[in-house]
Design a protein around this ligand. Sequence first.
Ligand SMILES: [Zn+2]
Ligand SMILES: [Zn+2]
Length: 284
Amino acid sequence: MAKRPFSARIWGARGTLASLSGYNSRYGGNTACVEITCGKHRLIFDGGSGLRMMGDEIMAQRAMMSEDATPDPIHLFFTHCHYDHISALPFFGPFFDPTVTVNLWSGHLDGPDKTRKMVENYMKPPYFPVGPEVFSATLAYRDFEAGDELEPIPDVTVKTISLNHHDKCIGYRVEFDDRAICYMTDTTHIPGEPDQNIIEACRDADLMIYDATYTDEEFPQFWNFGHSTWQEGVRLAKAASAERLCLFHHRPSRTDDALDEIGKQARKEFRKCEVGREGLVIAV
Ligand SMILES: [Zn+2]
Ligand SMILES: [Zn+2]
């Protein structure tokens, strides 16, 4: 039987702070947002500034449907709630469509009702003028714990692990039709001690998206910032026997030319390596 489409699309590959500028327009300045298409369904990971355009596309597709049609529920997963991963939440078009149900998933915080609290604490005066009560979509807050296996839609399994990051962070492995795409961003490493959790979670994955904020040369200066390097991504992808690697969460100051150079260097060590950029689609 032919395998159904399974792909990742990057809507924002920048880390830390949205930073569109003349020197980085090819890779883009929007922060973390990745869409994973599984057959005719989609899952969205992180709500960085790239989420706004993702929402616009969903609304454009909605406009083509008849008014009384019920759109597919949306599933939005969060790695954690640092601002570069939630900043576009109030600007996600489907939140303002009363026919839509949006499932919000998170597992990095402790305590009850944590996903709802994450949204309410972000959208709150005086930091933001209105709360999530302005949304007209149906919101379903879905809490989980790191290590849980989720089945948001039929035939799709989402496995979760805890990453090594300030304030905790979740790594995801999405399995569909015998293939796997892993989204492992906002994690650091100890030089010379490969993260066994990540290796296990990415074992034989068809695609591994990894936190490549720094280079190994820069790392000693930033070892406690909670991020990793493209070289560590290559080492982990090899150890996990991953098929492809996508470098992600670029430093705000990293220029297009510097990212071109990182891609060139990385492909010498791992042939199927791409540098994440807005609009990039990787089908597995
Ligand atoms: Zn981040
Ligand atoms: Zn973070």
